[in-house]
Design a protein around this ligand. Structure first.
Ligand SMILES: [Zn+2]
Ligand SMILES: [Zn+2]
Length: 548
């Protein structure tokens, strides 16, 4: 039995693992990651799927733990090459199918819905789908019954004992598996640094109720993740208690609410909704708007509202905006800017830094200890986290008595072998970032590095023409720049480059060098040396010396 980690170990995002026995492979999740601000032009980051694609004949299925993008968002790229049945809860598959349909790759795919606690044959394994609580409904932990014992993958989870839908994590099943014996646990590490227990989702409803009650005359606009159906349910319940109408804003909000109502996971009457373009007909205290964009995404509803760019609706002094969310690492800056713009528009803004309007979906140390205690795994690998989260989770497992040789901290690309005796490192496969630029397609590191240089240092272009027969410069050296300051200092640098390049070309001509390729190289090298050594700059250099 072998596990190959293709993503999610060393970063929050692009979760993907391959569980393998007798040469047959079952893939757990295929998620994406959102880029950092300095990954210019990058829209998405995927796992490197080459290892899987090379073995596509041996892949039996893709199993999804839950419907978040960091677990399902890369499916539309993977299924083009690896078309195998996709298993998950009806909601998980509903979210995934919606994305796959948008990307026009859903037509010949097979989706297999599974029920809570169902156990079924998938590839070489019996796989159990164990209910867990998380920030999206219908999430599952997975138990693989393998030739070397049970392997439990926690998925993303928290142990919420008062969830909105009363669907609790199946702790008694975990305990029973612990009695039977668990060979390996792979477990969510997102909140492994945090002591205590994550607040129940139901605490958010109380906070929202109080904030709404204190503002009966104001219009309330609440932003949250469109997949967070339980949060949406609580916002709707609080609004309806105040006899407010509900308006939805944002495409994914509308689509997800529709799907969740169809699956009977969200309870609200059609009569309680009004169209967003009709919100203006109501007094502010008579409506509540639920919108997307709580992560500061520039094209989502909240950003548009903050800039006054939304088509059918605008916010101002009579609005209170509640960000029922917490910025994902990397999004703090964009969220901060949206909050600033909302203040500029005159609204009142309430966020999770001021009021308990958000609860995490991930287990803290107390819950992680509980799961470890129930399962008492013989071996443990922390998953789903940045390196420090994995480290803290490994320490937690050690503090509960697991010997060091039975704990491995793995990173993307690592493979482990699992036997009844223990786990060991098996090798490594390629697992670097696979960048997607929506307008240009796939990117590798090189253009990205150039984009960073462009952003940091700008461009410097050199042109000149030479008369080969007479061995002189016939069209003078011209230096133009982009992304440079217009001040005196930069002008001095440009003058110095011009002089240096002219001298270099002239001395090359004296040496009898008269082809444009060599002269271009000489010009470029002279400019690069001067800029690097004297001015410590590395603009992207474009040179063209032509022989006339
Ligand atoms: Zn999740
Ligand atoms: Zn996740």
């Amino acid at each position: 039995m072998r596990v190959t980690f293709l993503g999610g170990l060393g970063e929050i995002g692009r979760n993907c693992a391959a569980i393998e026995q007798d040469g047959r492979i079952v893939v757990v999740d295929a998620g994406l990651m959102f880029p950092e601000p300095t990954m210019y032009g990058v829209d998405l980051i995927l796992p490197d799927f080459r290892w899987l694609i090379e073995r596509r004949d041996r892949v039996d299925a893709i199993v999804l733990t839950h419907g978040h993008e960091d677990h399902t968002g890369a499916l539309r790229y993977l299924v083009k090459d690896v078309n195998v049945p996709i298993y998950g809860s009806p909601l998980t598959l509903g979210f995934a199918r919606h994305r796959l349909t948008e990307a026009r790759v859903a037509h010949d795919l097979t989706f297999v819905e599974v029920a809570d606690n169902e156990r079924r044959r998938i590839g070489p394994f019996e796989v159990e789908f164990i209910p867990v609580t998380h920030s999206v409904p219908s999430a599952h932990a997975l138990a693989f019954h393998t030739a070397v014992g049970v392997v439990v993958h926690s998925g993303d989870f928290k142990l919420d004992l008062s969830p909105i839908d009363s669907r609790r994590s199946n702790l008694s099943r975990f305990a029973a598996l612990g009695e039977e014996g668990v060979t390996l646990l792979l477990c969510d590490s997102t909140n492994a640094e945090e002591p205590g227990f994550t607040a129940s989702e139901s605490t958010v409803g109380g906070a929202l109720r109080r904030l709404f009650l204190e503002r009966p005359e104001r219009r309330l606009v609440v932003a949250c993740f469109a997949s967070h159906i339980h949060r949406i349910q609580q916002i709707i319940d609080v609004a309806l208690q105040q006899r407010r109408k509900i308006a939805l804003m944002g495409r994914s909000m509308e689509a997800n609410v529709k799907l969740a109502r169809k699956l009977n996971l969200l309870h609200v009457d059609t009569a309680d909704f009004v169209d967003i373009e009709n919100v203006g007909r109501y007094e502010p205290g008579e409506v509540c708007v639920i919108c997307t964009g709580s992560q500061g995404e520039p094209l989502a509803a909240l950003s548009k509202l903050s800039r006054g760019d939304a088509r059918n609706f605008s916010v101002g002094a009579e609005d209170t905006i509640i960000l029922s969310s917490h910025p994902i690492p990397g999004n703090e800056w964009s969220v901060g800017r949206v909050i600033d713009d909302l203040h500029r528009a005159g609204t009142e803004v309430i966020h999770s830094g001021q009021e308990p309007v958000h609860a995490s979906g991930h287990a803290r140390q107390g819950e992680l200890r509980t799961l470890h205690q129930l399962l008492r795994p013989k071996n443990f690998v922390p998953v789903h986290g940045e390196y420090r989260h994995l480290r803290h989770h490994a320490d937690l497992a050690a503090s509960m008595g697991l010997a060091d040789k039975h704990i491995l901290i793995c990173e993307d690309g690592d493979q482990i072998d699992v036997t009844r005796a223990g786990i060991s490192r098996a090798g490594q496969v390629p697992a670097g970032f696979h960048y997607i630029d929506g307008s240009a397609g796939d990117l590798d590191e090189r253009p990205l590095e150039e984009r960073r240089m462009l952003a940091e240092y700008g461009v410097l272009q050199i042109t000149a023409g030479v008369d080969a027969e007479r061995g002189v410069i016939a069209q003078p050296v011209r230096v133009t720049t982009r992304g440079w300051f217009e001040g005196e200092h930069d002008r001095d640098v440009v003058d110095a480059v011009t002089t240096t390049v002219r001298d270099a070309i002239q001395s090359a001509l004296k040496d009898g060098i008269v082809d444009d390729e060599s002269l271009t190289k000489i010009a470029q090298r002279a400019a690069g040396r001067l800029l690097g050594q004297k001015y410590r700059r590395q603009p992207v250099l474009l040179a063209a010396v032509v022989v006339l």
